[in-house]
Design a protein around this ligand. Structure first.
Ligand code: MSP
Length: 544
């Protein structure tokens, strides 16, 4: 990431210009989320990954990078097959229902601006998986062998004895998966294998030569240690069930669900069928939960190396959302549906809260008390009140006409300096995936502006005719800062910032380059806000 980023092409569109979509002049930024299992409905852990990827995508898009955000669903494998069977429907019908009723609506609920949505049951994907696998087979990276070992259907993963723990309760006396606390299954099949062990040294070289390939540091260290212990070849087909992509040269087998799923990142951008799109987008930045970093930072680059394709730009393993100190999950009954929160606070506050309150890369606890407190203090009183006050004073003292600043004092210049400094700091933080740091930098501007208004007391200046120019300067400076804030916050809170922009800005908010936020232009007059940006919440926690 980084490098030169021209933005002129996106900003200079005029009504008279010939109709042509300018190619963004910036860097290519392709970001993908994991694709989610359709065995169950989404909870706030899934929404967290979506929001983080969306905020990064919107930021890059708004600084002129050639951005593409991909998300989707993982629909094959034994876990989905069993869930569907237990509901007496076919796995395809089950997946269709969950995608339509739950997974696509999630994107609306938390305001995701994805450019594509891939399902592993899409024909484009299934054909792409077969194409990829056939190539690896032709090039000698696949062989047939006997597999014997333990499998956890919850993880859809083969387990080593060290991954298992003693069961308790109903599973007393059995070995169970440490993650799912359920017994593993003994598999004994003739399968196809991928020669993953061939890539051990190349992977270690990759981690060494590209230290930011796996992030953050703790996830990277875990991955390096794991590979150093030695890699085995990977069983990549199953023949005891048929809910999957058929192995092209032996249709009795279906492709192992992770091998199938990981390929979504390339089948979605035209692997093998649309070279132009593929070359324009690949390689991706991959955002995943740390639980699945190993699949993305070991198996996936090995697959790509075997196919002669570049590895991802980076794999970032974020932390877990905890509820009451436990990793949130439906099966442990700690699952919270995103809509429970957005119904109370709205999508903007949901996005703001999770990006602000949790250090991106670390685990973080969710609580209703915490989100309510931040909503009230930071959004309603901090940002929302600032916006209402500035607009109301320009309306009252200047009839809504944006005042022109006179001579600037050190206090006014300090506001300008803060705008420029936090813009650079936020942009740098976003390049490091430090999303919460970007927000705390931006919040310095909220605090500085509120402090500035308190100190300058425009309401007192308004009482004296001879202070008219000073009043104009103070309100012009405050409005300038408010507009800069609106631009910087638009990737985080697209709805509230759009409303605010309609009251003060000119042109499209999303065409204002975030890395030059302070250069925004105001409309000649401001429009009063119909209501506060963040209304008062009467009862924060929904009734149980
Ligand atoms: N289908 C696989 C991924 C295949 S990608 C080629 C899968 N799906 S999943 O539905 O289980 O979703 C996993 C992702 O959801 C995690 O990697 C993480 O991004 C997100 N989260 C699920 N629970 C979470 C928390 N409690 N906290 C944070 N993120 C969580 O694994």
């Amino acid at each position: 990431m980084g490098g030169s980023r021209g933005v002129a092409g996106r900003v200079a569109a005029s009504a008279a210009a010939p109709k042509m979509v300018p190619m963004p002049a910036g860097d290519s930024f392709f970001i993908a989320t994991p694709i989610f299992y359709v065995n169950d409905v989404p909870h706030i852990g899934h929404a967290y990954t979506e929001v983080a990827a969306d905020v990064l995508a919107r930021w890059h898009r708004q600084r002129g990078d050639d951005t593409w955000l991909l998300t989707g669903t993982d629909e094959h494998g034994q876990k989905i097959l069993r869930t569907a069977t237990s509901h007496d429907v076919t796995p395809q019908a089950w997946a269709d229902k969950l995608v339509t009723e739950s997974w696509k609506p999630l994107l609306e609920t938390v305001d995701i601006s994805n450019d594509d949505f891939i399902r592993t049951t899409d024909e484009r994907h299934e054909k792409g998986v077969q194409r990829f696998l056939q190539k690896l087979h032709d090039d000698g990276y696949i062989y047939q062998g006997e597999f014997e070992g333990y499998y956890c259907v919850g993880c859809e993963e083969y387990k080593q004895p060290g991954d298992l723990v003693d069961g308790t309760g109903a599973f007393e006396g059995e070995q169970v998966c440490a993650i799912h606390s359920k017994p593993v299954e003994l598999l004994k099949e003739s399968n196809y294998f991928f020669r993953m062990s061939d890539f051990e040294q190349r992977l270690l070289d990759l981690y060494e030569s590209q230290p930011d390939f796996v992030q953050p540091e703790n996830v990277r260290n875990e991955i390096v240690q794991f590979v150093k212990q030695g890699l085995r070849d990977l069983s990549i087909s199953r023949q005891t069930f048929d809910w999957g992509v058929k192995v092209p040269w032996d249709e009795k087998h279906v492709v192992y669900v992770w091998f199938d799923a990981l390929l979504n990142y390339v089948t979605a951008i035209g692997y093998g069928v649309d070279d132009e799109q593929f070359d324009r987008r690949w390689p991706a930045v991959q955002l995943v939960g740390k639980d699945i970093a190993r699949f993305h930072a070991v198996i996936w680059p090995a697959m790509l190396m075997a196919a002669g394709l570049p590895v991802p730009k980076a794999v970032f393993g974020h932390g877990w959302l905890l509820v009451g100190g436990e990793k949130m999950s439906k099966s442990k009954l700690t699952g919270i549906a995103p809509q429970q929160i957005t119904d109370v606070f709205g999508a903007d506050a949901f996005r703001y809260y999770f990006m602000r309150a949790i250090t991106f890369g670390q685990d973080g606890n969710f609580s209703w008390e915490d989100i309510s407190a931040r909503y009230q203090a930071e959004l309603a009183n901090g940002f929302g009140n600032l916006a209402s006050r500035v607009i109301a004073m320009i309306t009252r003292y200047f009839d809504g006409t944006v005042p022109v600043a006179g001579e600037l004092t050190p206090a006014d210049l300090a506001v300008r300096e803060t705008e420029l400094r936090v813009t650079a700091a936020a942009d740098g933080a976003m390049d490091r995936f430090a999303i919460n740091e970007a927000l705390s930098s931006i919040w310095e501007l909220v605090d500085v502006l509120n402090g500035y208004i308190t100190e300058q007391e425009p309401w007192a200046l308004a009482k004296h005719d001879d202070q008219r120019e000073r009043l104009a300067t103070v309100l012009a400076t405050a409005l300038r800062g408010l507009g800069t804030l609106t631009v910087l916050l638009s990737p985080f809170m697209p709805t509230a910032t759009r409303t605010l922009w309609e009251a003060i800005g000119q042109g499209e908010l999303t065409s204002q380059p975030v890395d030059r936020a302070a250069e925004w232009s105001s409309a000649p007059t401001v429009q009063p806000l119909a209501a506060g940006l963040f209304p008062r919440i009467e009862q924060p926690e929904p009734a149980a």
